[in-house]
Design a protein around this ligand. Sequence first.
Ligand code: HAM
Length: 436
Amino acid sequence: MSSPLYQSPKGTHDILPDDHLYFSFIKKVARHHFRMSGFRRISTPVFEDIEVFKRSMGTDSDVVEKEMFVFQSKSGKTMALKPEGTAAVVRAYLQHGMQQMPKPVELYYIEPHFRYSRPQKGRYRQFHQFGLEVIGESDPAIDAQVIHVAHCINRDLGIDDRLVLQLNSIGSSEDRKKYKEELIHYYTGKERSLCEDCRRRMANNPMRLLDCKEEDCQILASLAPKIHSSLSPESKVHFALVQEYLNELGVSYELNPTLVRGLDYYTHTVFEFWSKKEGAQNATGGGGRYDGLIEIMGGQPTPACGYAAGMERIAECMKEAGIRPPNKDKVDVFVAQLGQEAKKKALSLISALREEGVNTVGAIGKSSMKAQMGLADRMDASYSLILGEVEVREGTVIVRDMRRGSQKTVSSKGIAEEMARILGKKKLSEKKLWEE
Ligand code: HAM
């Protein structure tokens, strides 16, 4: 087969109908847990003033340094496609005066994001995240609850036992000042063993050296001083309480003193869910506290905590676990017909079935009955309803059970309601909205 004239841009992919089974299911489970925990949905534009990201994530984070899709608006402003959700949510929180709302303000989003990184498995230039942010509360119970929501989503998606929660505290900015000095002291004289990026980061952000993926840097990181000894008594209490609450909630975790996260805005609790499978791109999601960000973005000092997960990575993890989400798009009924009169009747029968909530296709083309039955088979329809000239004349319809291969002729009166009953379908107007 010759290759097509056009392909999706490098690092992006089409989400095909079979993939959407996973995406729809992931969204449904995530939304359920968000709602149960009092979150309300927010959507922000796919692009923002580049300063929103520079200010929030830090100019020497990988994302800002190398991974932003940047463009110039016609008025000459520099814009960037949104590489993550937190900065934009904080911008919206301040812009719309959400400080006046009862605290904590709990928001969630399900959106595409863009990072211009080298494409590889699990790392794309356009990817999708669902995420949540809790703004306005410093209680460590919030950290534990955010992690618990993430844990429950993983559990209900069936991937919980394939993941391990990594947990650390990176303390307050004062704690980190002290710790950074210790790190600089430790790394001084070892520069030649570091990769180029780490050598550059040493001066302004030595903590990033701890989560470098280069082998030599990882060896040095494992021997580096640990942050815990630099934490103030208050920071230690905060972290101890987070762990106590997680224990109470039955969420297991591994303490990981080298987990720092790649974005500058974090304080205190940081966490990631890592796949137990070997491989570099193995975090399905991560988050933490960001008590300084709202102030950095121009607001009053306001504590906050959040989490985001990559939907492509979660879907991949589900596939590896052999999980097949329910297929709500499945064709229930195929309507086949022969002759012009039958086609007209078939059209109104299809419409009646759809109104009853039955997924129905048919009345397509001018094929023979054999070809139509072949199509019904390929579409994996549960039933076929067959209308020929005789059936139209006699007011009947043939109902064929496609699995059993059996069929019977019945009156066409009330057949749509009867099929809905057999298939256990409900009309949209009868559905309770919370069943959606
Ligand atoms: P993040 O760790 O940068 O955190 O991204 C969260 C998740 O998005 C990752 O664990 C991964 O599953 C997915 N992800 C990130 N980059 C890519 C990519 N290039 N391709 C595919 N998936 C990717 C944040 O974005 C923070 N805003 C999370 C947060 C919310 N912190 C506080 N609140």
